[in-house]
Design a protein around this ligand. Structure first.
Ligand SMILES: [Zn+2]
Length: 123
């Protein structure tokens, strides 16, 4: 079984267990979607590769969605990043204009691991 994004249930369970309740980017405490609270704090599934699942199928033959390329982040980080390359997003005002900047050294370890493993266009 897989969810509507094609992510196997056991992978989703694993990343929720690993990443909840804090956003992997801004470290704020997230809430379960639709159970009240501000939408900005909702926990969402994040594809660490900016091009999402299609990219994996097309260019990274054999590399499927798994706990190494997925994470849980808050709705506002997810929406802010959109389709941006992580390095590019780190230079946005969303990441820069805060007390603790969001960047390669401040993100949670699953994201750091991803960045180390897949050095894709460092713009
Ligand atoms: Zn966040």
């Amino acid at each position: 079984m897989a969810n509507k994004y094609g992510i196997p249930n056991k992978v989703e369970k694993k990343i929720r267990k690993r990443d909840m309740p804090y956003c992997v980017y801004c470290h704020k405490r997230m809430t379960i979607p639709k159970r009240g609270g501000s939408r900005r704090n909702w926990a969402t599934i994040e594809h660490l590769n900016e091009r999402g699942p299609d990219f994996w199928d097309e260019k990274w033959n054999g590399i499927r969605l798994n706990e190494n390329n997925l994470a849980i982040c808050c709705f506002s980080c997810n929406a802010s990043r959109g389709q941006l390359n992580l390095y590019k997003w780190f230079t946005s005002s969303y990441c820069m204009d805060r007390k603790v900047k969001i960047g390669k050294n401040t993100v949670a370890s699953p994201v750091k691991k991803f960045l180390r493993k897949y050095i894709y266009s460092k713009q």
